[in-house]
Design a protein around this ligand. Structure first.
Ligand code: SAM
Length: 285
């Protein structure tokens, strides 16, 4: 659903912390949820963890999330519109990195959780990037832009939270120009047995306990572990990008394969079904 432009009243970090909703104490497993329940849970989780979101991202990934976004931004190519769309922008780290790395572009960030966007706006203003980055509240499944509006669209750690991944990819592809890039940065459960064992313990036991003293909603970090464990394999996700109609899909393994960067290109003559959502994509994975 399209929600419209947000208005911001120069939020301060304290105000953002006060705005956070009280947390719930337990989340069901993603596999047990309907799509609508999953989306509702995602909205609730991200509205309760905003204040410490950036700190915990950097702390729990030992700063690797910064390097992962940087590697995406370095591979962006601007050639026609000089515009970048950051989907599920959250606190706008990808948008901010892109603005700093590519000073000649204009950026739009979209997200559907007001609390995340308020913090994003605060960060953008603090860095004097308001003339480069515009935020818009919108659902990734119904982007409020005409076809062929951007050279690049990217989604960092967002697609895992969207049950209908193909539809999100189709929307991202629709709004980029032919020859433009669709980039997805996402965490994956590693293949190597030894790393798998260590990572499983880290995700399911250590991470929620490490988050506990800092996060207003530490149970959200059980959801993080669950959603990473159930994300498609890198080969499976490359297949989904192909199903959405993207060409020349590349995957880049980052930090022992715990994160992957996927880059697909919109073909010069895309198939006609990639439309605003009036035509349903082939599946809802
Ligand atoms: C893990 S955060 C990632 C934020 C940011 N991209 C980053 O790199 O840190 C996931 C974000 O996806 C947003 N999100 C999830 N589903 C969405 C949807 N269908 N439409 C728009 N935003 C969505 C959430 O509100 C949240 O801000």
């Amino acid at each position: 659903m399209r929600i419209g432009f947000t208005t911001f009243s120069k939020p301060t970090r304290e105000k953002i912390l006060r705005m956070e909703k009280p947390p719930r104490h337990k989340y069901p497993l993603v596999a047990e949820l309907t799509e609508a329940e999953h989306i509702g849970m995602v909205r609730e989780i991200f509205s309760t963890i905003t204040g410490k979101y950036d700190f915990l991202n950097h702390f729990l990934s030992l700063g690797q999330d910064i390097a992962w976004r940087r590697s995406a931004v370095e591979k962006m190519r601007f050639f026609r519109t000089y515009r970048f769309l950051d989907v599920a922008s959250g606190t706008a780290d990808l948008a901010i990195d892109a603005a700093q790395r590519h000073p000649c572009i204009q950026i739009t960030g979209v997200d559907f959780v007001q609390e995340m966007m308020d913090l994003a706006q605060f960060k953008i203003e603090k860095r004097h990037l308001s003339d480069k980055i515009q935020l818009l509240m919108s659902d990734a499944l119904d982007l409020p832009f005409p076809d062929n509006s951007f050279d690049v669209t990217g989604i960092a750690f967002g697609i895992r939270n969207i049950p209908n991944k193909i539809r999100a990819l189709c929307e991202m592809m629709r709004v980029v120009v032919p020859g433009g890039q669709v980039m997805v940065l996402e965490m994956t459960f590693p293949r190597n047995r030894l790393i798998q064992g260590i990572y499983h313990i880290y995700l399911n036991r250590m991470l929620p306990n490490l988050a506990r003293p800092f996060s207003p909603n530490p149970t959200a970090y059980y959801y993080l572990a669950d959603s990473i464990t159930h994300f498609p394999t890198p080969e499976g996700f490359v297949g989904l990008m192909g199903e959405a109609g993207l060409k020349h899909v590349q995957k880049h393994s980052l930090t022992l394969g715990i994160t992957h960067l996927y880059i697909g290109t919109k073909p010069m003559s895309p198939r006609p079904i990639q439309s605003t959502g009036t035509v349903k994509p082939p599946s809802s994975r």
